[in-house]
Design a binder for this molecule. Sequence first.
Ligand code: GCU
Length: 367
Amino acid sequence: MLDQRNLPDMLLTLDGERIETADRWLQRRRPEILDLFREHVYGRETVGRPSTLEFDTKVTPNMLGGIAVRKQVDIRYEGAGGTGKIRLLMFLPDNGQEPCPAFLLLNNRGAAHMDPEQQAPSPFWPAEQIVARGYAAVVLDVEDADPDFHDGFRNGVHGIFDPSTGERPANAWGTIAAWAWSASRAMDYLETDPDIDAARVAVVGHSRGGKAALWAGAVDERFALVVSNNSGCTGAALSRGKKGETIRNINDQFPHWFNGTYKTYNDREEHLPVDQHMLLSLIAPRPLYVASATNDEWADPRSEFQSLVHATAAYRLFGCKDLTEMNFPHPEEPLLRERMGYHLRSGEHDLKPYDWDRFMDFADQNI
Ligand code: GCU
């Protein structure tokens, strides 16, 4: 059921036009909302695809007990402030035939969850389980693009592409936007790889990685499916009426994640011209999956679910069913609807094999 939280009306443009068709949505309101998120929340990127982008690929056969081919792709770039590199690790089903769909994980938990050939298998990143279901398992470490601490935006892509010594504009991009940018650079590579069906790539992230996956899916329409796992505050969850983490909490603890303007909404969420259901609406009409965990009060499962339900307003314009009558589900009872999916898993804030299986069930139907 829809719970009313005094949210901004996503179908009403700033100059008062009521959006009633998919065309008007795509021409007017979607670009307007995207711009509002850039200006007030995630910040404006100073670079898209760098002209210096290069890929350097190493292939190893016979991986994951013989079911996969491993590719290690170094994505290199250069800007006025120096050079950078994002390393992609890919495990591809070794069936040697059709280009396959892929899951791209924006890994926020470092080296232990990258390469199952080098470390103990990780339930967070079950590459073997993904490959066994016919998907390429592709992962990058978000900290390749920008380390996850506040150093005044000197390291990572900010230092490379906007090394100016002057004061940073209040709408300049933060770290979450940098991580989303790295997902787009991964997509630049995937589009060149004949083993990948680039029209069927899902971007997935957990928690802070989930915030980045949603922003990547909003900015870059090449992602065919977007999956948010326990992304919470300034991810999938509505900010108005949210329990657990608030905008003030997140800005105080992680001042580098969002732009300067976002700090002006500490304890003033009702003044934001957007709320997070509008972030989800930017994915429409592409498939979108949101997952929560029962004990994850900091993220606030109900606010994640309500956000998805409210995002229905945009999906409806494309002929999708109205989900506003849907009730908050019981744990382990996934809601798989046309282009929109949700589940609540019992347990802690985490990304588990159970979550991955539901993401793949949804992908099987939708991409
Ligand atoms: C902190 C932060 C959350 C974030 C989480 C995570 O708890 O407050 O917003 O989602 O870290 O990334 O695990």
